[in-house]
Design a protein around this ligand. Structure first.
Ligand code: HEC
Length: 197
């Protein structure tokens, strides 16, 4: 496939923490699926060790996790959920081919960039929108649009969930707390008036 080749060329260094883990967290760890409580088919896909139970490093086609999401009619995610995009599948393919390492913070933390368009929206799309889209708004929160994100701020629910404070449902649900770098970016953007910038 031509587009798969394109991703191969432009993304030789796929980072587990930044590019691969969020795909699993946002698409596979819903309640009843592959989290530490439910472990459907034996898989907890909310962390590196759990994902590696279905991965053979360097061999995507021998990796059950990869086989289930790729091919003409992938079996995962199941029918009622959207399929992974070609780009997401290709990230996982390349990551496995490169040795399936637990790589973190590969691109460094950019603490100066916290505009909605360049930092906050991509962050939410990566980690949250699988469970907080318009058609599947977990807890009633749609984080795929600016106005939806504003609702989570004006109700004072967003930062507490990211910081895993008591009295809040820790987010991303069923996964570890995200990096200080990401959480600080959201906090700075809110403190500066959460503009649609
Ligand atoms: C695997 C699915 C899933 C992911 C990923 C996820 N959420 Fe949630 N979220 C939910 C569900 C379901 C609820 C409803 C409350 C509950 O079940 O805990 C919820 C509730 C919330 C709430 C309200 C919680 C409260 O205590 O009032 C906020 C805010 C929220 N999520 C933000 C986020 C953010 C930000 C991210 C990404 C960093 C995220 N969520 C990722 C499923 C998810």
């Amino acid at each position: 496939m031509l587009s798969a080749c394109t991703y191969d060329v432009y993304n030789p260094d796929v980072c587990f923490q930044e590019n691969v883990l969020p795909i699993f967290v946002s698409n596979c760890t819903m309640s009843g699926c592959h989290n530490s409580n439910d472990r459907k088919a034996g898989y907890d896909l909310s962390n590196y060790d759990g994902i590696m139970k279905g991965v053979v490093a360097k061999h995507p086609l021998r990796s059950e996790v990869y086989r289930s999401i790729s091919g003409i009619r992938p079996s995962m995610p199941p029918g009622r959920y959207p399929s992974l995009t070609r780009k997401e599948v290709s990230y996982i393919d390349i990551w496995i081919k490169m040795g399936a390492k637990n790589s973190t913070n590969c691109n460094g933390c950019d603490s100066t960039n916290y505009t909605y368009t360049n930092r906050i929206q991509p962050f939410l799309n990566t980690w949250c929108v699988g469970c907080h889209s318009t058609s599947n708004a977990g807890g009633g929160y749609d984080l795929s649009t600016y106005s939806g994100v504003v609702v989570s701020i004006t109700k004072s629910r967003l930062m507490g969930t990211l910081k895993h404070l008591s009295g809040f449902s820790p987010m991303p649900k069923n996964a570890n707390q995200l990096s200080d770098c990401d959480i600080n970016a959201v906090q700075k953007w809110i403190a500066a008036g959460y503009l649609n910038n």
